[in-house]
Design a protein around this ligand. Sequence first.
Ligand SMILES: Nc1nc2c(ncn2[C@@H]2O[C@H](COP(=O)(O)OP(=O)(O)O)[C@@H](O)[C@H]2O)c(=O)[nH]1
Ligand SMILES: [Mg+2]
Length: 440
Amino acid sequence: MRTSDTIFALSSGAGKAGVAVIRVSGPQAAKAVERLAARLPEPRSAALRTFRDADGAVLDRGLALWFPSPRSATGEDVAEFHCHGSPAVIGALMTALSSMPGLRPAEAGEFTRRAMANGRLDLVEVEGLADLLSARTEAQRKLAMAHYLGEASSAYERWRASLIGILGRIEAAVDFADEAEVVEPAMRGAREAAIALVSEMTSALSEYGRARTLRDGVKVVLAGPPNAGKSTLLNLLARREAAIVSHTPGTTRDVIEVMMDLGGVPVILTDTAGLRANAAEEIEAIGMGRARKEAEQADVLVWVTSSDAEAGPTPVVLPAIRLRNKCDLESNLSSRLRNEEMNVSAKSGSGMAEFIERLTALITQRYSNLEHASVIRARHEQSVSRTVALLQEFLADDQAHLELTAERLREAATVLGRITGRIDVEDLLDHVFREFCIGK
Ligand SMILES: Nc1nc2c(ncn2[C@@H]2O[C@H](COP(=O)(O)OP(=O)(O)O)[C@@H](O)[C@H]2O)c(=O)[nH]1
Ligand SMILES: [Mg+2]
């Protein structure tokens, strides 16, 4: 990385806006402020300035901010210009900055990369920042925020410290194998700590599936026989005509998805082709194949039937909610309800509020309490699972191959340290040595 370069970029969204923010980071940041805004403001406070180009022509009037290294977003000298948010003003300021020696436009993610290189953020916090920038719903924002603010990193650091403690005790037992008064308490301590760590990590791993779903969106699938009103329901929930509705059975042939926010949780509401015993033709059969697959992969399956639709097959997987639609056509409702069905009418709207309430409650119960989850990405899951497996091996193996165990746990500590990216082997050996001395 060429950290000697000074980089600049539009940090706010492109397009027309009241205010735009242009950020500069690197050794020439102070010069950039002096050239564009006459002189440096007080550190970390805003100053109203007239921005001028090299010839002294006025470009805009706005705020200049100055964050001297190291207390800045990137850890380098950083300046911010808050200007009017039109393409012309932004363009004029960017042109003025490009013409200054030593300045160049930033590459994607370069500010964050520098922040990490300067120890302002670790890798998990960077991931949290990326998630925060793409968060669409409240539950996603909370999860991303906790990662960005270092909550998950602390968990990983704590686990790694505990693993290193276990390792130190095992190494003491290896080095003083002849001295029972060292070996026994060291091994007892190692086992107790390993049991506690396995339990904590296993509980964190158990949240992984749900956390991943929360990041991607919860898949709610509407499935059932043709003509039951699935597409009508989707359109009603999405408040737009996303799917074609028709009384001709088999109208929906492909999978249709709409994004929704239910109680702060992102939901991918999915409409599917109706399922019946015999497809009329090949395209319907393909649609039914896709519908079955969607139903199997659903996080929440909503099974829709109606009095005038054919009975249809039994659901492929257990539905979370069963709807009996078109209750407006039925006179005696309650007697016709079977196994926990809810009566609704997509046409009259009857029962819809209750259905949405139930769906929202089900989803928020499952997915909105995950802001303390640490294991939320595949790479976290792999490293933590591997550490658990190695610890379990140690617990099962007892004292037979202690040296080999120590070697593998050392490897596991490195693997865990890589999750936050804050570890190298020297650091690890230091810790081990310190622990060893204390143990002795
Ligand atoms: N009476 C009545 N008709 C409905 C209701 N919901 C949908 N329909 C009608 O049922 C037919 C099939 O609806 P559609 O949404 O295409 O069913 P799908 O095949 O399950 O997607 C259409 O003519 C809809 O207008 C309802 O609640 N009551
Ligand atoms: Mg349909």
